[in-house]
Design a protein around this ligand. Structure first.
Ligand code: M6R
Length: 364
């Protein structure tokens, strides 16, 4: 049941600290990631020189974060493709490539077809899956289970966060098996992963503050989300969440693309939601915000606690705790989920079952 929450979606948002711990549980031992369900031999793992990630919707956004993670940490090239595109493009897959299918349900028709395409090429394929015993997990050469528990809300929240955690675990695993990540770096990653449940808890404590700030979306017809680097996908995910559950039109952009077109949309009825937490590209995002403000646009910024300057160029700021940029997607998405939730509640939408959507898309 809903455990005292008005909607499953809100309950699932609140379950995220526990879900992160659950995803980590049993998969980290000492300084190593252990994934018993992966059946690739040491040699097959060593031979991997390229990775493909295939997924749909929110799971596709997790893949985009995973690409940054793996490319930065392991320097292995990763191609990310929406499953409905991958399956029909006659993809170039070498036998030594690894194909990763990401799916909450493990039943999405296009993602399953992507898996079968990969197997036809003779490549190994592993799933990052929530539902145990689902078709993709049965057909893959191994599964990293995300252990998020049953997700009822049609809009994916806790499953997304658990997919990100699973991707960090997979990065650790491949990094060790392929002798790319030394013990110091692995320890650093594990320490940061262990900090995440507490940080997410801290953000959930400011839910009322975020609820109040959701009024920036009252009466708007459209909105633009921006992020950069590893947080580009979080801008996409924030925009998807908002349109799915509140029916407010929203687009996610790489913040550097703003002045190549989308800034033309900015006006009183189209605010900017900016992810401007501490990062290597923080100053760049800040100047994008200034450009929007100079054109009379309203801005809500997600920023790192202590950043007083950002408040001078934003209409509203949601402050969240500081963490290494590599792990920031996990925490940056939380205020955006809460924002979408309250924007939807304010509009009287059936949050758990938005119109026209199904929890699992098992037909093309
Ligand atoms: O079960 P899957 O992760 O394969 O589902 C993929 C998408 O259908 C799913 O993420 C969808 O985009 C959600 N409604 C997002 O909230």
């Amino acid at each position: 049941e809903k455990g005292g929450y008005e909607h499953f979606t809100l309950k699932e948002i609140h379950e995220q600290p526990a879900v992160i711990s659950e995803t980590l549980k049993g998969k980290i031992k000492g300084d190593s990631a252990i994934i018993d369900e992966i059946t690739l031999t040491e040699e097959e793992l060593k031979n991997i020189t390229k990775i493909h990630m295939v997924a749909c919707g929110t799971s596709y956004h997790a893949a985009l974060v995973g690409k940054y993670m793996i490319e930065q940490e392991l320097r292995i090239p990763v191609e990310v493709e929406v499953a409905s595109e991958f399956r029909y493009k006659n993809p170039i897959i070498a036998k030594t490539d690894l194909v990763i299918l990401i799916s909450q349900s493990g039943e999405t028709a296009d993602t399953l077809a992507g898996l079968r395409e990969a197997k036809k090429s003779g490549a190994k394929a592993i799933g990052i899956i929530n539902v145990m015993g689902s078709t993709i997990s049965r057909e893959a050469d191994g599964t990293v289970y995300t252990n998020a528990g049953l997700e009822i809300g049609v809009a994916s929240t806790k499953a997304f966060v658990s997919q990100l955690v699973a991707l960090y675990i997979l990065t650790l695993y491949l990094g060790e098996k392929k002798d790319i990540l030394g013990v110091e770096r692995r320890r650093y990653i594990i320490e940061n992963l262990r900090k995440l449940p507490n940080i997410v808890d801290k953000i959930l404590e400011i839910e009322d503050d975020i609820k109040e700030k959701a009024s920036i979306l009252d009466g708007v017809v459209s909105s633009i989300f921006i992020g950069r680097n590893i947080n580009t996908a979080i801008a996409y995910e924030g925009a998807l969440k908002l349109k799915e559950i509140s029916y407010i039109h929203a687009e996610g952009y790489q913040s550097g693309e703003l002045k190549h077109g989308p800034i033309a949309l900015i006006n009183e009825e189209c605010p900017l939601i900016a992810i401007a937490t501490k990062s290597d590209t923080y100053d760049k995002v800040k100047s994008n915000i200034e450009e929007v403000r100079a054109r009379g646009g309203k801005v809500l910024t997600v920023a790192t606690v202590g950043d007083v300057e950002i408040a001078e160029i934003s209409d509203e700021v949601i402050y969240i705790p500081e963490i290494d940029e590599l792990f920031s997607p996990v925490i940056n998405v939380i205020p955006l989920q809460i924002l979408s939730y309250y924007a939807a509640v304010n509009r009287g939408v059936d949050v758990d079952k938005p119109r026209n959507l199904a929890k699992s898309v098992t037909v093309e």
